[in-house]
Design a protein around this ligand. Sequence first.
Ligand code: ADP
Ligand code: MG
Length: 226
Amino acid sequence: MHIRFDQTELRHGEHSALKPLTLVLSEPRIGVIGLNGSGKTSFARLINGLAKPTSGTVTLDGLDTVKDEREVMAKAGFIFQNPANQIILPIIRDDIAMGPKSRGLKGPALEAAVDRVLDRFGITHLASRRPHELSGGELQLAALAAVVVTAPELILFDEPTNQLDLKNRAMVKAAIEGLAQQAIVITHDLELIRDYPRVLVFHEGALAFDGQGHEAVARYVEIAGA
Ligand SMILES: Nc1ncnc2c1ncn2[C@@H]1O[C@H](COP(=O)(O)OP(=O)(O)O)[C@@H](O)[C@H]1O
Ligand SMILES: [Mg+2]
């Protein structure tokens, strides 16, 4: 999928969360790094239409995030920084079923679709649990299952390995690697994106670097003065 920013800006009053940005993304894996408050989440929210540009446009294969909001939201799934916030229903299985159900799937076909995605992410045993009974990594996988079951073309991850122990991190890393979909991964976990062919570094609301993962990491270290 081609994601196109054309002179796109996102302002909150006088403050620019994202300064005017023009670029096209089409790689299967794209990393996004930068200091806290540098505009990473704003950038991702603009892509799936959760945030609307103050000026300029964002298009996904020509679909505009403002004019074609519904199609854009169907094409691009978002895993929030805290996935507990996006699991709305009390039972994991019901939450995963919600998306396909709202698109008209029902009966055995609905149950089969939910079973398939639970199995695919190895979380069948968690189906009848409540979100607060899951570990951080399990929550990420449940949120990912709820997004994948709606068959988006692009998945946006906002710091998916944040606060995860090594075992949960490995679980989430493998799940991201195994996706057939295009993925954009915001992270402070630099090892996650170091080998990506394309990583964006944001600094103070602007794109400071756009290129190979290992070069992006070097640029980020420089910015951080670390
Ligand atoms: N709803 C909002 N209202 C006001 N300022 C915001 C809002 N959302 C983000 N910002 C500001 O925009 C900047 C970029 O935020 P964000 O995109 O969340 O950064 P990051 O994800 O890189 O930490 C920050 O300075 C943040 O405080
Ligand atoms: Mg953020």
